[in-house]
Design a protein around this ligand. Structure first.
Ligand SMILES: [Zn+2]
Length: 236
């Protein structure tokens, strides 16, 4: 939001809601958002073998047609998305029944570059009571038009350790928490056992290590095992 828009917004809010102190809106306006969502486009690489994202207009504004109307098809796990426990457990919760409290609130971004194993050391300084959401920025595969061959994954002891600390959500800038050629889903299962929800394919390029407010909401797709999300960080 630029300064000009911010001033205009403050004036509008103050006159419409005189009971709200002006400083509240001033504070809000000074908190820039960082969009940590990759665009979904027809160039987005799907998980190998999964449904390619595809958007097209089925009608366009023209003589006799008043609206542009589009449609899209996509695998659930294309682009920036959330896995519901139903993805890796037949008895797990579906995306429409997830507790939204997990998806909004204090989060900490950690940097873990040039490694294929994410260890406890990469979470140095974690205080999960203050930030029960952790985001890991690897910058390993920021080009989402190409599917990576190998990706960094959590060391086997890390999910339980994060859970013991009080972490409830982990987000990574990677297409999976398991190796791309590993069908066991073992890290997914370890995270589920630790009661930790998973965000994948975040775009963390603009997120410097530090503490933010995370906002990451899924579509309410009844009975689905995941959903695309629009995820943002608000700086303190
Ligand atoms: Zn997924």
């Amino acid at each position: 939001m630029n300064r000009k828009n911010g001033k205009a917004g403050k004036k509008l809010v103050s006159s419409s809601f005189p009971l709200f102190p002006a400083f509240l809106f001033e504070t809000e306006l000074l908190m820039p958002l960082i969009d940590i969502t990759h665009p979904l486009s027809n160039a987005t690489a799907p998980w190998p073998g999964d449904t390619q994202f595809h958007f097209e207009f089925v009608c366009r504004i023209s003589p006799g047609i008043a609206a542009n109307v589009g449609k899209f098809t996509s695998g659930i796990h294309s682009g920036t998305h959330m896995d519901a426990p139903l993805h890796y457990n037949n008895s797990g919760v579906s995306i429409d029944r997830l507790d939204l409290d997990i998806l909004l609130g204090p989060a900490r971004v950690f940097l873990a570059q040039n490694t294929l194993t994410l260890t406890r050391e990469h979470f140095a300084g974690l205080d999960a009571r203050a930030t029960p959401r952790v985001l890991v920025r690897t910058n390993h595969c920021d080009d989402k038009t190409k599917f990576p061959a190998r990706i960094p994954i959590l060391a086997p002891d890390v999910p339980a350790w994060l859970g013991e600390q009080g972490v409830r959500l982990i987000g990574l800038d990677l297409p999976s928490v398991d190796q791309t050629d590993d069908p066991s889903m073992q890290i997914h299962h370890r995270l589920e056992k630790a009661n930790i929800i998973i965000l994948e394919n975040l775009d963390l390029r603009a997120a410097a290590p530090g503490i933010y407010e995370l906002i990451a909401l899924p579509l309410k797709i009844a009975g689905a095992e995941g959903s695309p999300i629009r995820a943002v960080l608000r700086t303190p």
